[in-house]
Design a protein around this ligand. Sequence first.
Ligand code: ADP
Ligand code: MG
Length: 326
Amino acid sequence: MADGEFDIIDHYFRPLSHGREDVSLGIGDDAAIVMPPAGQALVMAVDGMVEGVHFPVDTDPADLAWKLLAVNLSDLAAMGARSRWATLYLSLPEHNESFLRRFASGLRDALQAYDVALVGGDTVHGPLSASLQLSGTLPNGQGLRRSGAQVGDHVFVSGTLGDAGAGLALIQERMQASPPEREQLLQRLNRPIPQTELGPQLLDIASSCIDLSDGLVSDLGHILKQSGVGATIEIDKLPLSKALQTVTSDQQARRWALCAGDDYELCFTVPPQRLAQLEAVHAEQPITDIGRITDTPGLALRNGDGSPFEGELAGYDHFKSGERDE
Ligand code: ADP
Ligand code: MG
């Protein structure tokens, strides 16, 4: 590696290595050494982003770095794991001070907010892309999976859905909004809040879990397929933010809630006999019961009066194409 790249590591990334007692050796050697607690299993995920494919060319590097950690935190949360250590692969076309300053500041914000240590990485010369590998832990033998949903289970989602989809429409100038809503929706797209507390709380409660990166229909579809079941979702129960309802029609809001990605909420199933346990979790954070697991394969969408919800999913693939590629 070139000398300039050692300067980059020392200046921007080594300072982010500190802050966890379970790191015995962080940035600066050939590899990092960390200490998982006794009785815990390691859980790992990696996610990368390439300029022009996963983020627009003019994305704020601080938002990019935040999101790079957040999407991985969301994956580990969906397993019920607690995140601890990250490594970063960064490919840069040039030594761009302002990019590095912004990127490191967004990464520092996210690492501190979620108590994760950056313990190593690789910095190379090439087209702009970044990839972050995140490790965490779970008590041995535990872990939420996509398989495990059973007929009769309730289907829940955390938070509100569709906000990031609206944020993307704002960025792409397919929609307009006044400042407070615009800010709120863009924030949901650019600085997603992973459900790092909720995930581990669901370990003894949920029968299956996934994080919503590609949209409810697609991601719940993974649970259904891997569990060998179907589901009925009540459209009127989809949790929508005030901001989303302010900027668009009910029709469009629901379409985003069903099909747009990047919300990073959790979707999980709970057997009826564990609903009482879920109450305590619910008291701490917003979750919504949106439907039931059934023995009819596939996903059925129903209106409040029980009639089938028509028309929306026809446009789903078209709506998604060209927006995301993963
Ligand atoms: P090696 O050649 O042994 O792979 P490098 O010279 O690539 O080591 O990196 C030196 C140290 O800096 C290593 O500890 C590595 O983990 C760390 N490092 C390199 N790039 C990054 C980065 N982008 N973020 C965090 N740590 C990094
Ligand atoms: Mg080496």
